[in-house]
Design a protein around this ligand. Structure first.
Ligand code: KIV
Length: 275
């Protein structure tokens, strides 16, 4: 998949599948799957590092995880998130951040919102770096939004969402994440834009879906927002496997003889075996 396929797939009516990924070994699993593309999301601050919000993600963290994912999934299209404030401190800082992520192996960057940084989006794109936008619930603005709440629930808010989506398209974004907005709002934005929309909690009227890897696999027990469909209970499977290993160690059945090394056979033993 290349950046051009996002538009082609929208035009052809083919849905785009995207999943977050943050590390080498899980990137290998995504690489061997049919998933179209990977987001190294700043959600890694929460999922991989246990922080309560995405605000703790830094450019160093994003670059480290992006490089690991790029080594594990060298054939997938990788989008990396520009973390909190990394594109709000002027053009030079923004471009340094973009450079870090692209040097780490990303093929595109994602950033949240548009107010006050449309020119930066334009400059990044004109520098040869594809940009994915992100509107609706923008977790980097959690303190302004007053929590992780569904956005664009009124006609006025939908108009603002649509205008911002147009602004991002005009600035050169190749695709747009719509997070936690009503289905009808997502349909309106998707119909309005030439570029593809990727939803999370935005219903089916979008051009593709993105979910957090750990949520898809059921590795985050207790997190069950309305929009989430988990496809496995990996947390439970890990418990079963770890407890079986613990039992075998404590019973003395692991390791067995066949799982143990022998001393080098003496020449006398070798002669007997040969005879
Ligand atoms: O960081 C992230 O995982 C994201 C997705 C929720 C779209 O931005």
């Amino acid at each position: 998949m290349s950046v051009l396929d996002f538009q082609k797939m929208k035009n052809a009516g083919h849905k785009i599948s995207m999943v977050t990924c943050y590390d080498y070994s899980n990137a290998r699993a995504v690489a061997d799957s049919n998933i179209d593309c990977i987001l190294v999301g700043d959600s890694l601050a929460m999922v991989m590092h246990g922080h309560p919000t995405t605000l703790s993600a830094t450019i160093a963290m994003m670059a480290l995880h992006t490089a690991a994912v790029a080594r594990g999934a060298p054939t997938k299209f990788i989008v990396a998130d520009l973390p909190f404030l990394s594109y709000r401190k002027g053009l030079k800082d923004a471009m340094d951040s973009v450079q870090e992520l692209m040097s780490a192996g990303a093929h595109a960057v994602k950033l949240e919102g548009v107010r006050g940084h449309a020119d930066i989006v334009r400059h990044i794109v004109e520098s040869g770096v594809p940009v994915m936008g992100h509107l609706g619930l923008t977790p980097q603005s959690i303190n302004l939004l007053g929590g992780m709440k569904v956005q664009a629930r009124t006609d006025t808010a939908v108009e603002i969402l649509a205008a911002q989506a147009r602004e991002l398209e005009e600035a050169g974004c190749f695709s747009l994440v719509l997070e936690c907005v009503p289905s009808e709002a997502a349909r309106k934005v998707t119909d309005l834009l030439k570029i593809s929309t990727i939803g999370i909690g935005a219903g089916p009227n979008v051009n593709g879906q993105v979910l957090v890897y750990q949520d898809v696999l059921g590795l985050n027990p207790g997190f069950r927002p309305k929009f989430l469909r988990s496809y496995a209970d990996m947390f439970g499977m890990i418990q079963v496997a770890l407890n079986a290993y613990d039992r075998d160690v404590k019973e003395g059945s692991f390791p067995s003889e066949s799982e143990s090394y022998e001393a080098q056979p003496t020449s006398l033993q070798l002669a007997h075996r040969a005879a």
